[in-house]
Design a protein around this ligand. Structure first.
Ligand code: MN
Ligand code: MN
Length: 437
C-alpha cells in the first residue's frame, strides 16, 4: 500500500474537525519548508508560505517563477464534515440519565447516528483567554458516548413514520452519564466534576465552545484485498488530504501553486472561514503586498481571473444496489479514478458551476499526458437530487474552475467508503494539475 493511503488513514483517524485538520496541515507544511506568511517581509519565486483563518481554514502558496498575474493553479477542498454540534447550553439530566443536547450540522440521515460509539472533539474558550482542546470518547480512551434508540419490541409507531421523521433532530442527544440510584443527585454534578478535573471548565464554559460529536474510532481498510477504506469525514478530507500532500510535495512551480482547505462547505460555505467570503482574496493580497509595487487590487483581480482551480469535493459513487438512481454511463465508479463533474447543481442545473469546454480539454490533456485515470460524471440521474459545491465561489472571480474529486459510497454516513486506487489517483491528478501551464 502506498504511503499516501497509509498516511491518509492516519490523518482522517486523528483529524475529525476543521480545527484539527488545520493544525495538522500546519505541522505537515512546516515540515515541508512552509512558513507563516507573517514571517516574510518580501516574497520571491520558490518561497512557500501559508496563512490561516480563525484556525479553521488554511491557504498555502508555493510562489512560482512566472509572474503571478498570469494566474495560479489552485487546489481547493473542504475540511468540515456532517456531524452533531453541542448546543450552547447542552448539559441536562432526565430520569437518571445525563445528556448533551446537540444541533446537527450539514446533511445527515439522522437514523444513522443512533446506537453507535460517538466521540466529542473541539475546543472550549474560557473567559481568561485560554482555549482548552477537548477530545473524549475515542477508541484509545476506555469510554465512549452514544445516542439511544427505541427497542423494536415497542417501536410500532416509530416504524410507521418516514425515515426523515422517525428520529427527530431534537432527540439526537448524547448519553454521557448516569445518576445511579444509590447516589443522590450525582448525575449532572458528577459529570461536571469530571470535566472540571479533566479540563478545568465549569458548566458556563459550554457557552463559548465549539464541540463536535463525531463517530468514534479509526478509519480502516475495507474488503479482503484492502482496496477500499471506511472512515468518518472522507467528504471531503479525501480530497483535502491528497491536495495537501500534492502541494507540499510539488517542486519548482512555474505558475504559483495554491492549496485552500476551507470550512463550512456543508452548510453553504457561509461565514469568514467558508469559501463565500474574502478568504482567498485576503490571503492573496497578503502575498501580493509582499511583492511590492502598487495597484494591488488590479493585481488581485488579474491573478484570480487567470487562475485555474480544481474545486475538489467527493462524488456520489455508482451504487450497484440502487441502479435506478444512476445513469450508468454518466456516473463515477468506485475505483475508476479521479472524477470531474462538468457541472453540479440540481434539477435544470440550478446552482451549478458549469466548467468551460476549453478548460476541460486542457485538463484531459494533462491527465492523459501524465497517465492519470479519470472519469467524467454526474452525481446521479437527472431530477433525482443534487447539490452545490464551492466551485461557484471561485468562478465568481472569473477563473477557470471545475468540480473534481474522489468517488464515495454511502456519502454523509457516519462511516463512508472510498477506494485506495482513487485516493492514489487523486494525488497524481493534483500533481499533474499543479504543473499545468
Ligand atoms: Mn463535500
Ligand atoms: Mn458533503
Amino acid at each position: 500500500m502506498s504511503d499516501t493511503v497509509k498516511n491518509y488513514i492516519k490523518f482522517i483517524s486523528e483529524n475529525k474537525t476543521e480545527r484539527e485538520c488545520v493544525k495538522s496541515a500546519i505541522r505537515m507544511a512546516e515540515k515541508a519548508g512552509y512558513r507563516n506568511i507573517e514571517e516574510f517581509e518580501t516574497l520571491t519565486a520558490a518561497d512557500k508560505v501559508y496563512t490561516t483563518v480563525y484556525g479553521k481554514a488554511i491557504v498555502l502558496f508555493e510562489i512560482g517563477t512566472n509572474p503571478i498575474e498570469e494566474g495560479m493553479n489552485i487546489l481547493c477542498a473542504h475540511i468540515d464534515s456532517p456531524r452533531l454540534d453541542l448546543k450552547m447550553k447542552p448539559l441536562y439530566e432526565k430520569n437518571g440519565i445525563v445528556y448533551l443536547n446537540t444541533h446537527y450540522y450539514g446533511g445527515i440521515k439522522k437514523y444513522q447516528w443512533v446506537t453507535m460509539p460517538l466521540a466529542i472533539h473541539g475546543v472550549i474558550a474560557k473567559k481568561n483567554g485560554e482555549v482548552v482542546e477537548v477530545r473524549m470518547g475515542e477508541e484509545d480512551d476506555d469510554y465512549t458516548f452514544a445516542i439511544s434508540d427505541i427497542l423494536p419490541h415497542i417501536a410500532q409507531e416509530q416504524m410507521k413514520k418516514s425515515a426523515s421523521e422517525f428520529i427527530p433532530g431534537e432527540s439526537l442527544d448524547l448519553v454521557i452519564g448516569l445518576n445511579r440510584e444509590e447516589e443522590k443527585d450525582a448525575g449532572k454534578n458528577a459529570v461536571l466534576s469530571v470535566l472540571k478535573e479533566k479540563y478545568g471548565i465549569s458548566e458556563d464554559d459550554f457557552l463559548s465552545a465549539e464541540l463536535e460529536v463525531v463517530p468514534a474510532g479509526r478509519a480502516k481498510y475495507l474488503g479482503l484485498r484492502k482496496d477500499m477504506i471506511i472512515g468518518y469525514g472522507q467528504d471531503d478530507r479525501v480530497c483535502a488530504y491528497t491536495s495537501l500532500e500534492a502541494v507540499l510535495e510539488h517542486k519548482k512551480a512555474k505558475r504559483t501553486c495554491c492549496c485552500i482547505l476551507v470550512d463550512k462547505e456543508e452548510i453553504g460555505s457561509v461565514g469568514a472561514t467558508g469559501m463565500d467570503s474574502l478568504l482567498l482574496e485576503n490571503a492573496l493580497s497578503e502575498v501580493l503586498t509582499r511583492f511590492g509595487g502598487c495597484d494591488e487590487m488590479t493585481r488581485i483581480r488579474r491573478t484570480l481571473k487567470n487562475s485555474y482551480m480544481l474545486s475538489s469535493d467527493v462524488n456520489s459513487a455508482l451504487d450497484p444496489l440502487n441502479m435506478d438512481l444512476y445513469d450508468e454511463a454518466n456516473s463515477s465508479k468506485l475505483g475508476g479514478g479521479i472524477v470531474f463533474n462538468k457541472y453540479t447543481g440540481s434539477r435544470g442545473k440550478s446552482g451549478a458551476s458549469d466548467a468551460n469546454a476549453e478548460y476541460i480539454a486542457k485538463l484531459r490533456k494533462a491527465m492523459d499526458d501524465n497517465k492519470v485515470a479519470f472519469q467524467m460524471a454526474d452525481m446521479a440521474k437527472v431530477d433525482v437530487g443534487g447539490g452545490g459545491t464551492i466551485a461557484k465561489f471561485a468562478a465568481w472571480y472569473g477563473m477557470s474552475v471545475i468540480d473534481s474529486g474522489v468517488s464515495v459510497l454511502s456519502m454523509h454516513a457516519p462511516f463512508e467508503i472510498t477506494s485506495t486506487f482513487d485516493i492514489e489517483t487523486a494525488k497524481q491528478c493534483y500533481l499533474a494539475f499543479l504543473d499545468m501551464e
